[in-house]
Ligand binder design. Sequence first.
Ligand code: ZN
Ligand code: ZN
Length: 184
Amino acid sequence: MDGMKPVVIELADRLENPGESLALAETVALDGYSTGEKDFSLADGVSYDVVLTNAGDGILVTGIVRAHAQGACDRCLEPAHFDIAGEIEEYYLFEEPEDADAYEDGFELVGPERTVDLSGAIWDAMVMDTPFVVLCRPDCAGLCPTCGANLNEGPCGCETAAEQAWVDSDDNPFAALKNLKLDA
Ligand SMILES: [Zn+2]
Ligand SMILES: [Zn+2]
């Protein structure tokens, strides 16, 4: 996955004065994204719903990013679906600040032609809202650690075999009982 193409908003003569704001909602074509460790595919791209505000020394972008994602279940590796609704909050300064360290949350810059590129903020919002554990269903039974069978499709027999082995073993404190004959 090669990341995301720029999502460039041309401000042109909009938002020229502090306090002015502009609402934008759009869907961007994107096949998938990655959290670095895992890849996810997107069926319908990613949509954003944001408000851009001239905050004096830059453009503040706030809003929400939504997508319907698919990845592999962390327990059974079958497809797992989930919805993303991630928050965007990104600051695009008009000029490179002298006190860059003062911007604890970081910043981007407004382009020379009065453009802002939302792609980084959209990507970050998706990654932030991606569940740490992705499951095909909340009670996914996972794979058998012994034989690898998908336990959602039914018991594989390993556990029963293991239990039986324990019942038969001398480690079982009740082992002696099985030879006990109860005379009525
Ligand atoms: Zn699963
Ligand atoms: Zn098994």
